[in-house]
Design a binder for this molecule. Structure first.
Ligand SMILES: [Fe+2]
Ligand SMILES: [Fe+2]
Length: 284
């Protein structure tokens, strides 16, 4: 059975223009454009995952504004914290969407309503900008995955558990990344791990699963692997669609920008008609 998971991340919503990246982009306008794009999708996503840094400073006002921008979305929202969020304010802002019985020290939770199990492991470290996967989180993830070994599973988190070559992000990245990979490798039902934080679309392998890092809805980090340099760029806002087709996940990366569109519906009809009639696809 198909499941369509949309992922947005690193929205960095503010209510003013006083942020470090405010001179580069208007993160609210950009998130609104992504929401409009998601609204137009057919089929609609079964859920929309927001994998952290949903706000820039984690204030109640920023969470309220974030929720207002997302108001038009028809799909249920699964909010998740990042290092720019604030633990208590986050839990308060999304109290109606988060499941009960959350662990005290991290906001990890499971959604079991779909043919694919969605397991969120909170890797944000309170009061820090680096991430943390300690023994307590490892026990939670290991125990949660061990409870349903036969169900295909998507694990979501904020910090990707790999070094990616953007040195300034790697050195302030996830402590315990090796342990994270060890736990995932022990549970081969994990078909996909998705993360954010890096403000770029990036893929790697973790255990036997694909790791997909989603681009930001606000701004991206410059693709420059020189260890002494770094930049934020106004590349288009992005999102990902993770489609479970019953056997595997297919991950699509969407970039949202106003541009020209050529309608090729006639071509689509022709291809589908040829396939149906068994005519093949000869040139000319
Ligand atoms: Fe971020
Ligand atoms: Fe982050």
């Amino acid at each position: 059975m198909d499941v369509l998971v949309a992922q947005i991340t690193d929205c960095h919503i503010r209510c003013d223009d006083k942020g470090a990246f405010s001179s580069l982009v208007d993160t609210s306008a950009r998130l609104a454009a992504v929401v409009e794009h998601l609204e137009g999708l057919d089929p609609q996503p079964d859920v929309v995952l927001a994998t952290g840094d949903v706000t820039d400073d984690g204030t109640p006002e920023q969470y309220a504004w974030f929720r207002e921008i997302l108001e038009p979305l028809a799909s249920p929202l699964l909010p998740f914290p990042g290092n720019h969020d604030h633990g208590l304010a986050f839990r308060t802002a999304f109290a109606d969407l988060l499941p009960g019985g959350l662990p005290e020290r991290h906001c990890s939770y499971v959604v079991d309503d779909h043919p694919v199990r969605l397991v969120g492991i909170d890797t944000a470290k309170p009061e820090h900008h680096d991430g943390c996967f300690d023994d307590e989180r490892a026990d939670w993830l290991d125990g949660t995955l061990a409870a349903a070994p036969d169900r295909p599973t998507l694990v979501f988190t904020h910090f990707p558990p790999v070094r990616v070559g953007l040195d300034y992000m790697d050195v302030a990245g996830l402590t315990g990344a090796d342990l994270f990979e060890e736990v995932v490798a022990t549970h081969p039902q994990v078909a996909l791990v998705v993360a954010g934080h890096l403000h770029r679309p990036i893929q790697a392998v973790v255990g036997s699963a694909l790791l997909s890092v989603c681009p930001s809805t606000g701004f991206q980090l410059d693709l420059d692997l020189n260890p002494a340099r770094g930049g934020a760029v106004d590349e288009p806002p992005g999102f990902q669609l993770h489609r479970w087709d019953g056997e595997r996940f297919i991950t699509h990366t969407g970039m949202v920008r106003k541009g020209r569109r050529l309608d090729i519906t006639g071509y689509v009809r022709d291809v589908l008609g040829r396939a149906q009639r068994g005519e093949g696809f000869p040139k000319g």
